[in-house]
Write a protein of this length. Structure first.
Length: 94
């Protein structure tokens, strides 16, 4: 969706087009969150956001959250706090 709106394939979108894409994707973000996101992605105040950075950071955040969730589950399964779980426990997590 973002790349489809990047007519010149520059990797940048005007801020309003970026916000429209977020809305069309039904992302559950507040106006304040969107404003902060644009502020971070348009640090030079050009009126355009680097949506490739947005996608890269979104992916990294998703991977971090998945890693963190997995780590919490593994810690909870390691009742003896030895850093070990059974194959059956691992199978349950996966």
């Amino acid at each position: 969706m973002l790349a489809d709106n990047d007519k010149d394939q520059s990797g940048f979108l005007p801020n309003d087009a970026f916000v429209k894409c977020l809305s069309q994707a039904q992302m559950k973000v507040t106006d304040r969150e969107v404003a902060k996101l644009i502020e971070e992605l348009d640090q030079t105040a050009t009126g355009k956001v680097n949506y490739k950075d947005f996608l890269k950071y979104s992916y990294l955040c998703t991977m971090y959250l998945k890693h963190f969730s997995l780590e919490i589950m593994l810690i909870e399964l390691d009742k003896e706090k030895k850093g070990l779980i059974t194959v059956a426990q691992l199978d349950k997590v996966l």
